[in-house]
Design a protein around this ligand. Structure first.
Ligand SMILES: [Zn+2]
Ligand SMILES: [Zn+2]
Length: 295
């Protein structure tokens, strides 16, 4: 095994241990993620993406004014890879216990009967076409996010590989007064502080790109009036802040990696701090994005 891979496995195992210690998420879900993440990391390294001609992307001028480089529906990804990952992920889902496993078998039967086409689900996600997912949420009330999880998890490796390649084309000194991703325009699902000066970054809920945002601001409505923004912390979660916004009633978690003696793995850090979501939502604040896993 490559030493980077070993580092990654150690990082992942550490975070999974934290998630299990918090004991708020069902073990089936944690065990599922434990198997999905290595598959995604391998796929990430192998993803084949062809980038669009820069002329087909937003101009530097438009990006400086806040436009994303490419719209989600046109965002490059490796469809062939996502189609290969879909049944593998479905197998992992079927291997869990309880409702998720039942959902996987229902989805599999629908595929065999020609009622569900994975390619359609994989196209619907970037297109923001909710109808198919809404239909399956209704059909699988015990595990409503099953199809969303499969589509998001199958697409993530190549969307993120494309994002990293496209990021090299971002103009220098791009302003960061907006919270959305400069590549695809989607909202972050979590934010973090890094570096000596505590620069703040959002992690894109669609392409996973980590983009600079303003330190004091709501990444969802761009409010920066400190009288409208409140922060709270919980002793059990050092280094994690919940920021709530009175203007849009949304909240976001911010992880301070200067205080946390571990590397960054936002998709798992989000799960490890789910207690704070429960707290913020209990106070009436909303989270506008799903997890990186589409649930
Ligand atoms: Zn993005
Ligand atoms: Zn806001």
């Amino acid at each position: 095994m490559h030493s980077d891979d070993q580092l990654f496995v150690r990082l992942m195992e550490g975070k999974l241990a934290l998630i299990r210690a918090a004991d708020l998420l069902p073990e089936e879900l944690v065990a599922l993620v434990e198997r999905v993440l290595p598959l995604q990391m391998q796929a990430h390294a192998q993803a084949q993406v062809s980038l669009p001609d820069p002329a087909a992307c937003a101009s530097d001028e438009a990006m400086f004014a806040g436009s994303p480089m490419i719209l989600r529906e046109n965002f490059p990804h490796d469809m062939a890879q996502a189609l290969r990952l879909f049944p593998l992920l479905l197998d992992l889902l079927a291997d869990t216990s309880g409702a998720a496993s039942h959902a996987a078998n229902t989805l599999r039967a629908a595929m065999a009967a020609g009622e569900l086409d994975p390619a359609q689900a994989l196209r619907a996600l970037p297109a923001g076409d909710e109808a198919l997912f809404a239909d399956w949420r209704q059909r699988l009330p015990e595990s409503p996010r099953a199809l969303g999880f499969l589509a998001a998890s199958a697409l993530w490796p190549s969307l993120n590989a494309a994002a990293l390649a496209l990021a090299t084309r971002l103009p220098e000194n791009l302003p960061h007064e907006h919270g959305h991703c400069p590549l695809c325009g989607s909202l972050p699902y979590i934010t973090f502080l890094r570096g000596k000066e505590g620069q703040r970054f959002g992690v894109c809920s669609f392409c996973g790109f980590e983009h600079r945002i303003r330190r004091i601001s709501c990444p969802y409505c761009d409010e920066s009036d400190t009288s409208k923004l409140k922060l709270f912390r919980v002793a059990e979660y050092p280094g994690v802040t919940v920021g709530v916004c009175e203007t849009c009633s949304m909240y976001v978690k911010t992880l301070d990696y200067r205080e946390l003696d571990q590397g960054l793995l936002p998709a798992l850090d989000d799960m490890a701090t789910v207690a704070l979501d429960v707290l913020a939502q209990g106070q009436g604040y909303k989270r506008p994005t799903l997890s990186a896993w589409g649930f």
